[in-house]
Write a new protein. Sequence first.
Lengths: 360, 360
Amino acid sequence: MARVISLLGKGGTGRSTLTLAMARTEARRGKRVLIVNLEPTSTIGLLLDVPLGGDPQEVEPNLQALHFSTTALIERNWKKLRAAEEEYSRIVLFREVYEQELGVLPGLDQFLAMSALRDWDLSGKYDFIFFDGGSGLDQLRMFAVPEQLGWYVRRFGDALGRSPVGQILAPFFEPITRSLLNISVDTDSMRQTTGRFSDVLNEGRAVMQDPQRLLLYLVATDDPLSVAAARRLWGGSQLLGLTVGGAIVRGDADWQGNFDPLPVRKIAHAPLGDLPAQLEGLADANPTVPAPLVIDEAVRTVRIFLPGLTKKQVELSQYGPELTVRAVDQRRNFTLPASFRTLRASGAKFADGYLNVTFA
Amino acid sequence: MARVISLLGKGGTGRSTLTLAMARTEARRGKRVLIVNLEPTSTIGLLLDVPLGGDPQEVEPNLQALHFSTTALIERNWKKLRAAEEEYSRIVLFREVYEQELGVLPGLDQFLAMSALRDWDLSGKYDFIFFDGGSGLDQLRMFAVPEQLGWYVRRFGDALGRSPVGQILAPFFEPITRSLLNISVDTDSMRQTTGRFSDVLNEGRAVMQDPQRLLLYLVATDDPLSVAAARRLWGGSQLLGLTVGGAIVRGDADWQGNFDPLPVRKIAHAPLGDLPAQLEGLADANPTVPAPLVIDEAVRTVRIFLPGLTKKQVELSQYGPELTVRAVDQRRNFTLPASFRTLRASGAKFADGYLNVTFA
């Protein structure tokens, strides 16, 4: 089991440099570390002065790195799909198209990176995986895949299973699910296939929402705009149930008040070689951070930790057993406890970074 | 018809600030301008000191701005889908799910932004649309959607039309295509639906590859890493057939040699208010840039302009009438002229930024 570490912040705050320095800190004390670089503009390869390929390569003792290659992963997965199609041979869609032809559509980077993270984690080869992703938005979208996709599968799986469309598609989905997720499904039933797929997504969600498995840090500089951006990303992460363990501030400004109650690590501008010492203890920290969600049945209140946001930036809606919260251009559905299901959200206010939603 | 302008560069090079300054330059000389801000960490809203909503609002004379809201667009499109389902009523998948519940999966931002760009363009309300997107990778993925998705639709449309799966799905796709793309399709035939969809994507591709309609600029600073990143994004853009019209360099370094033969606009670090004067003439420039693709049948050569890349970074493959080029974790399929179809690529070398592929 690996812990994934990822830094969130506005472009130009030095995320790649800090990621590399944190990775070195861990590798030098004997931890097995992998750095995954997603962006073509990321500087980790340039900082290491090693051309990175799509597979992990050792760049320093205990430290492996790769430049994530979506095209290579599309090829690998396409080969699996074609093989599954050959074997089942009820459908002829994939086999006439070769893996070397396939272009990249938006979203594939994040879906495939998520799936690759799962494989690297299951490999047991790493203690830490440092993920240097793209912009804040796409990184959050990626870590939210198990949660969000899980919701779609739950919500549509049943309807699809009942519909004639679903019955036709079932033998089509089954080999796809089986070959891409490395899971076994014994039946052609759409319901069982989506059920097994749901299980995988639920496991993924539990991993993403466990701070021992995914820990995010905010990065800011002296620039107040970088603080505003970090606070937005903090709120967005919390809405998705991801754990932000602290903030790293490069520079002299005292931004502690902007990140309360998170620990803030202030570090001086320094050459890359001097950074690891300043970052010690962050990757394996067990930060005490506010619980993302507190349900208090006694006072009929749901409390959601949404720091960095104001009430105007948050929108609530309720459908049956679900409370939906929208903020930072994201949406999360919370399943309410049974005792709340006949109640309606009657008020919402912010206190201490928590949005308190009361029901009546 | 609007011209879309977008800046590509490493995080922290000041893309948002420059975007705003360029937009002001145009608005102040009477052009009708829209700024679209995609990233939660983008600073345009903060620089304008106006809270931006999901719909265009006038922030200065002739200048409208919005913060792209994927969740809001999902809602709008979902309503259309549900209405189409109500009307057709052969399928019951959408109507039980409310638009306010839908989460955001990776890629939706870019697909919806692309579709919204089309709507703003068709509205005829703007001369210029400044698009301040996310990281370089996702922005390129987005502008490449018509090209890449068009390939998938062409390649799979026929196979799907012939297969029993396609025959079942046809009445399902038709209202989706019709309601989401605002196009009319007269029939339930999968082939006609995908054909009409292909037409829309071909139009989109023509727009994206026309420098009068989409013009990209690279942004770099004194930091050599920002130059390396800009060069990668340049090569990636060219591979996709997008036009980079020049480079904007903030600072004192002389990087002209890195961007030959593009015009380089050097600008001094200055407060936002002083920037517009330095950026005059860029948004409505008609830069003479190398042709992205030159096919010379006489010497059996295909020349693809791929600046910033070396031969090692480019991979070629050929299947029947298609030459596939892979670089910067992207892939593009070029349809070869009829006279090349019995030939095989026999050699490739770089000269003057062009990859020259000879056939024998």
